[in-house]
Ligand binder design. Structure first.
Ligand code: CDP
Ligand code: CDP
Length: 227
């Protein structure tokens, strides 16, 4: 398969990372979960004194001390912050509650977008997030934008969290998803938005397999046109 950039954007819990991981395996492409990068910065901010809340100015001043590292293992992407694996920590509810407030800080986005663009320089990459098709790689060969009702997404995320041993009520998951949707889509810098040339898929009534097949057939079509 010719090396290209595949951007998968969309709302929380629409299946972006599950699909991106599978595609990356099939295509032998790199996979980057950019949400994990915003989550890692949020985790760092919450660890700074006084702990437990985000201090914007302090965080901006400390951005150059943050070294993120990603490694793709058979069990998924492992994220480390300054040498310490924080894979579990970034999925906890304190991080999930604050991440959209951190992700709207322009200085944070500038640092992470530059890192993401550097990761894609050799192509052969699949990136999922909120602004990949609009800001990070506006020239990506394939762009997808996933949507689904908040209730379906909350139900799926709630089940996923229970499997991972993260205990949060369905109502709290739904509330978090709706709050993040609002902050992510109304922020000034790089809001969550479908790129004009992205393929939009409503996954509310689709299984992951069905969505995968739809995305896959589009990639094959695109590939045959460019080769
Ligand atoms: O997995 P889930 O959809 O719950 O979220 P995520 O992909 O881990 O992203 C967490 C948060 O990071 C989002 O709600 C956004 O606030 C932010 N984010 C962003 O602003 N831009 C991206 N490219 C990726 C994530
Ligand atoms: O990365 P993102 O937050 O968009 O979603 P994900 O973590 O890949 O998917 C959230 C959960 O929804 C996972 O447990 C998926 O298996 C599930 N899902 C599903 O069952 N059917 C879909 N069409 C999409 C996602």
């Amino acid at each position: 398969m010719q090396k290209m950039i595949i951007a998968i954007d969309g709302y929380a819990a629409t299946g972006k990372s599950s699909l991106a991981k599978r595609l990356a395996k099939t295509l032998q492409f790199k996979y980057i979960d950019t949400g994990a990068m915003y989550r890692a910065i949020t985790y760092f901010a919450l660890q700074q004194e006084p702990k437990g809340s985000v201090h914007e100015k302090q965080l901006i001043a400390a951005l150059d001390q943050i070294k993120l590292h990603f490694e793709l293992t058979t069990s998924g992407q492992e994220v480390s912050l300054n040498g310490v694996n924080i894979n579990k920590e970034i999925r906890q509810s304190d991080v999930t509650s604050e991440v959209s407030n951190v992700a709207k800080i322009p200085e944070v986005r500038a640092v992470l977008v530059a890192q993401q663009q550097a990761m894609g320089i050799e192509k052969g990459i699949i990136m999922d997030g909120r602004d990949i098709g609009t800001v990070v790689f506006p020239n990506a060969e394939c762009k997808f934008f996933l949507t689904a009702t908040p209730e379906v997404r909350a139900k799926r995320r709630h089940l996923e969290q229970m499997d991972q041993g993260i205990h949060e009520s369905y109502e709290d998951v739904l509330d978090n998803i709706q709050t993040r949707d609002l902050i992510d889509s109304t922020r000034e810098t790089a809001p969550l938005r479908k790129a004009s040339d992205a393929i939009e898929i409503d996954v509310s009534d689709m299984t992951l397999e069905e969505v995968y097949q739809k995305i896959w057939s589009y990639i094959l079509k695109k590939q045959s046109k460019t080769s």
